[in-house]
Ligand binder design. Structure first.
Ligand code: FUL
Length: 507
């Protein structure tokens, strides 16, 4: 007879289990359960470590650059002459990334192959590539190499958009394409860095194209064509922390491409085209897989690629997008297209700098760190973990506040010695154990005893990884004059299980 010892978060009770020791024999085993840290049980589903790292990237850039930059198109047919790709200077991803770092972004994704199949590195899989151009700057182009190098130097995360749909390849639609072209291209990209944080596999798949001169229409069933389980395993084997987006994805498309997520936004979803489409902005409380939302949006007025008639959206508009995506439990991937010189236009660089300043001024100085925090209830501390109110403001994302099991409503109150001017509240759940909060409200008090509800026009429902509430209730004109507050109170009204928050910030 074997005795098993198992650490469990579920119960203190020692239990007897019948385990199958071999195919023929049943053995009765006594299981001793230890529970030293008093941790709350997870509320399923929960994210994978890879999804958590990805979510922590929060706000990152998208760079659409390639053949379309020179043809003034958004979708090339795949029949372009490589000589048309003629950068007026050697493309400079370091310049792109410096500009987005100044905007407060934590990383970026470079398009290295769009639907036209034109590759921005010296791939061996096709001659439809930058190095086939007679232009000297094109020959010197290697976007994945230079992008990854610059990102590492700047301390940013990086990833690549590589279109599964290839309107140039004669093999598109056959198994050979997936194995010998597409997967090989992923493999080639891994040589520039296996620490990619996201690989964007676009959902546009199949249709008309050049296809090696056949000039026909090819349709694929994307749910089977790319052999998704294998593709996912393959990507993870060459880039372990790389989240696969889109085809077979581990995150979902928020869908509107206008820079907003649902005010209610669960990271959970039921797999299946119909539910993923109809619930993409909000997720599903009852969803059984963890599929967090990513919102892709443009920082310019024209297409994803650079066009001479484009204008830059204002920094205020981009700040609003930030509040309505990152502030609503989604990530924001914001597109800024490099122009024909392979650089970001100076007007875009200025707007990005302005945005960075807005984020620093408005969400840069956390007033919660000077407040006294009290909660309606905390669970008993464990041997190696505490669950106290101060965990909410200690700046440590691994320590969290937790009430007792079974408690689904609670208050968190921050009090200052002197009244503060407050405008925004940020709340972050400890999502490692699942997304829980269903409903909350926020109030401020000038004297510490009379309370006024704030932002009542906003649905105060889910929190998730991060929720930012502008206290005046407006995401488009959120700064305003602010409210005087001696105290601020968050009341959690309902939660799927005891709520777990690791951070509350006030600005
Ligand atoms: C879409 C593509 O078809 C667009 O060209 C662009 O790349 C956008 C981000 O995704 O599905």
């Amino acid at each position: 007879m074997r005795i098993f010892t198992m650490k469990s978060m579920l119960s203190l009770t020692a239990a007897a289990f019948i385990l199958s020791a071999s195919a023929e024999e049943l053995t009765l085993v006594t299981q001793t359960v230890e529970y030293p840290d008093n941790e709350p049980a997870p509320c399923h589903p929960v994210p994978t470590p890879r999804q958590i790292k990805w979510q922590e990237t929060e706000f990152y850039a998208f760079f659409h650059y390639g053949m379309n930059t020179y043809t003034n198109l958004e979708w090339g047919m795949g029949n372009e002459n490589p000589n048309t790709f003629a950068p007026t200077e050697v493309p400079d991803p370091a310049q792109w990334l410096r500009a987005v770092k100044a905007a407060g972004m934590k990383g970026g994704i470079a398009v290295v192959k769009h639907h036209d199949g034109f590759c921005l590195w010296p791939t061996e899989t096709t001659t439809h590539r930058c190095t086939s151009s007679s232009n000297e700057n094109a020959k010197a182009t290697n976007i994945p190499r230079d992008f990854a190098k610059a990102a590492k130097e700047l301390g940013l995360k990086y990833g690549f958009y590589i279109s599964p749909w290839d309107r140039n390849s004669a093999f598109y639609g056959t198994d050979k394409y997936v194995k010998d072209v597409f997967m090989k291209q992923c493999d080639e990209l891994a040589q520039y860095g296996s620490d990619q944080f996201e690989m964007w596999f676009d959902g546009a798949n199949g249709g008309s194209g050049y296809y090696g001169g056949a000039n026909d229409t090819r349709s694929v069933d994307e749910s089977t064509y790319y052999d998704i389980p294998n593709l996912r395993d393959y990507v993870h084997s060459i880039a372990p922390d790389c989240l696969m987006w889109g085809v077979g994805g581990e995150a979902r498309w928020i869908g509107n491409e206008s820079g907003y997520a649902g005010e209610t936004n669960w990271a959970m979803m039921e797999r299946g085209a119909a539910s993923e489409i109809s619930n993409r902005e909000t997720g599903q409380e009852e969803g059984w897989i963890w599929l967090p939302g990513e919102s892709d949006a443009k920082a310019t007025s024209a297409g994803w690629f650079w066009h001479s008639n484009q204008t830059d959206l204002s920094a205020e508009r981009l700040f609003q997008m930030y509040l309505e995506t990152v502030g609503r439990n989604a990530t924001l991937i914001l597109n800024i297209p490099p122009d024909k010189s392979g650089k970001l236009p100076s007007s875009s660089v200025s707007v990005l700098e302005e945005l960075g300043n807005l984020l620093k001024t408005r969400l840069g100085t956390d007033l919660a760190s000077n407040a006294t925090v009290s909660v309606s209830e905390s669970r008993a501390n464990g041997a190696n973990r505490t669950y106290e109110a101060t965990n909410l403001t200690d700046g440590d994302i691994d320590s969290y506040w937790a009430p007792n099991d079974g408690t689904t409503s609670a208050t968190i109150t921050l009090t200052w010695d002197e009244p503060q001017t407050v405008r925004y509240v940020t709340m972050m759940e400890y999502i490692r154990k699942g997304q829980r909060v269903k409903s909350f409200k926020i109030e401020t008090s000038e004297d510490g005893s009379t309370w006024t509800p704030r932002a009542t026009s906003i649905a105060q429902t889910t929190m998730g990884y991060k929720r930012i509430i502008p206290l005046n209730g407006s995401t488009s004109n959120s700064y305003g004059t602010g409210f005087k507050a001696k105290a601020l109170r968050i009341t959690i009204n309902d939660s799927r299980a005891c709520p777990l928050l690791h951070t509350v910030s006030v600005y």
